[in-house]
Design a protein around this ligand. Structure first.
Ligand code: GDP
Length: 209
């Protein structure tokens, strides 16, 4: 499996024309504030401080790009859904993210991070709708799964899976995840590796035929 530890901060963008060149492959991480997005990114890359780079003052509302040693990119989208965020910033967020998702050729898929106890908020559904319109695959991490019993977490998993199917057929997938209990890390890494590796995707489609 690809080594996700060799990754470093590349650039922050607050508008579409400051994005890095749209070539190669990248995967984005999205989620409402406090969903556990930073913890998930740090767990998947085994780099504890990585997402902290997105947290430095002035960067929280930006699209933050990280680059792996093979040139593929991880994109940390700004957290959304904070009640206290002023309307103007929310509108700016919506426009920036909506246009990024719709127009980015190198974007191969989106990890959508949801707290297993509060899945499918209005913001999450808006994001999923944009992805469905753009034909972009999404993989939902129901994180903080350690906070529920196994049975309760599995019930949420089935419910969200059904909702995703209704939204998108088989374009969207979902799994349980915990950053603190090392739950679901391998599945998430496999998904990330497949999206970032075009050869891997071809192998997958060949295998499916
Ligand atoms: P972000 O704002 O979406 O980047 O969320 P963070 O990753 O900063 O996490 C928000 C809070 O949830 C922090 O207090 C984390 O310690 C906690 N947290 C994140 N992931 C998990 C998890 O898998 N299990 C538990 N129990 N807590 C978590």
């Amino acid at each position: 499996m690809k080594d996700f530890r060799n990754v470093s901060f590349l650039i922050s963008a607050d508008r579409l024309r400051s994005l890095p060149v749209d070539s190669g492959a990248e995967v984005a991480f999205a989620g409402r504030s406090n969903s556990g997005k930073s913890s998930a990114i740090n767990a998947i890359t085994s780099r504890k401080g990585l997402a902290r780079a997105s947290r430095t003052p002035g960067r929280t509302q930006l699209i933050n790009f990280f680059v792996f040693d093979d040139g593929t990119r991880l994109v940390d989208l700004p957290g959304y859904g904070f009640a206290r965020v002023p309307e103007a910033i929310r509108r700016h967020w919506g426009k920036l993210i909506g246009e990024y998702l719709a127009g980015r050729d190198s974007l191969k898929g989106v990890f959508v991070i949801m707290d297993v106890r509060h899945p499918m908020t209005d913001f999450d559904q808006q994001l999923l709708n944009w992805c469905a319109q753009a034909g972009l695959p999404c993989h939902v991490l129901l994180t903080k799964s350690d906070k529920l019993s196994r049975g309760a977490a599995t019930q949420v998993l089935f419910r969200v899976r059904k909702q995703l199917e209704e939204l998108s057929g088989d374009l969207f997938t979902v799994q349980l995840f915990s950053a603190t209990k090392a739950m679901g890390w391998d599945d998430a890494r496999t998904r990330l590796a497949r999206w970032l590796d075009p050869g891997g995707l071809e192998d997958e489609s060949v295998a499916a035929h």
